[in-house]
Design a protein around this ligand. Structure first.
Ligand SMILES: Nc1ncnc2c1ncn2[C@@H]1O[C@H](COP(=O)(O)OP(=O)(O)OP(=O)(O)O)[C@@H](O)[C@H]1O
Ligand SMILES: Nc1nc2c(ncn2[C@@H]2O[C@H](COP(=O)(O)O)[C@@H](O)[C@H]2O)c(=O)[nH]1
Length: 291
């Protein structure tokens, strides 16, 4: 038999690397997937899943940094070099039980992200959307006019004042508020309830009044205040965004002063200096608080 050519061997290595990356992406999407993957690896020791290290499986799970992974492997009595196919009977039993407990502990959660105008709530929420697909986002309804680049039904549901009144009347909002003394914004109740019932955590990006209303109705909701590194930076971001007139900017900054004074009401404060870091902090808080 002839040895495989160098290009065939490297093609195979690329295929295995891709398959492992895809498996790790699936694990990151939920604890149940991690458990299913272990079971399938034990049924098919020649499959791609069986070649994963237990450390890779644990390390790909939500909220599991390298330290926690090492501690867990230690508790389970599994070596950091052990692949799924090599996990013994007793180790399997302990790993199964640990994964089931973890699955049970990760309850879906309603998370409120609030903070002053232009602090970066939308930008941070977009980063979470792009990098943490397991977190769901509520699309608010508003009476504000659509901005260039915004898409109806994606950024907001844009409605008339009369339509908003009807929705209040029909009890369709989890919360609603008139923001910056101007337009009304509301969180549709049914979409949030549907996502929570389906086992997904939901992130609401809303104003201070909305955060207070949600906390009253759902005391288990986790509230996070996004703060600017400084007042000067907040003003720069608002002016730099260039989406409001000078008078609207003034109105928003007046509200911002009141909102900044309220941050102690929140469960956590995250300073948005760097978007990626702030987004990761928000997601880590969602997970830490659940466990
Ligand atoms: N960490 C950051 N560093 C620098 N600029 C940022 C950062 N985060 C957001 N920005 C910029 O600040 C501006 C305001 O951000 P964004 O629109 O996300 O704020 P917001 O809190 O959602 O505002 P609003 O409540 O008024 O809708 C944008 O131009 C955005 O690109
Ligand atoms: N109480 C609520 N506030 C909301 C909701 N959706 C958005 N907002 C807040 O409104 C302001 C202004 O937003 P903009 O898009 O016009 O710049 C901002 O602070 C948002 O957080 C909501 O459903 N309820």
């Amino acid at each position: 038999m002839t040895a495989p050519s160098q290009s065939t061997a490297s093609e195979a290595a690329v295929r295995v690397r891709r398959a492992r990356a895809e498996l790790k992406r699936q694990i990151a999407a939920g604890e149940r997937k991690a458990r299913e993957l272990c079971e399938s690896a034990w049924l098919d020791p020649d499959g791609d899943a069986a070649s994963l290290l237990v450390a890779e499986v644990l390390g790909s799970m939500r909220g599991m940094g390298s330290l926690r992974t090492a501690q867990t492997l230690d508790e389970l009595g599994i070596s950091s070099r052990r692949r799924l196919r090599g996990v013994g009977i007793n180790q399997r039993r302990r790993l199964r039980s640990w994964l089931s407990n973890k699955e049970g502990a990760m309850k879906p959660r309603l998370v409120v992200l609030a903070g002053p105008t232009a602090v970066g709530k939308g930008t941070v929420a977009q980063y979470v959307r792009d990098h943490f697909p397991e977190v769901r986002h509520s699309v608010s309804t508003t009476t504000r006019t659509i901005r260039p680049g915004e898409v109806d039904g994606v950024h907001y549901e844009f409605v008339t004042e009369a339509q908003f009144d009807q929705m209040i009347e029909a009890g369709e909002f989890l919360e609603w508020a008139q923001v910056h003394n101007a337009y009304r914004y509301g969180t549709p109740k049914s979409a949030v309830e549907r996502e929570l019932a389906a086992g997904h955590s939901v992130l609401l990006e809303i104003d201070l009044q909305g955060a207070r209303n949600v906390r009253e109705q759902m005391p288990n909701a986790l509230t996070i205040f996004l703060a600017p590194p400084s007042w000067h930076e907040l003003v720069n971001r608002l002016v730099g965004r260039g989406t409001e007139s000078a008078s609207e900017q003034e109105r928003r900054l007046a509200t911002a002063r009141i909102e900044l004074a309220s941050q102690d009401e929140f469960d956590h404060v995250v300073v948005n200096t760097d978007v990626a870091e702030a987004a990761r902090e928000v997601v880590a808080l969602m997970l830490d608080d659940i466990e």
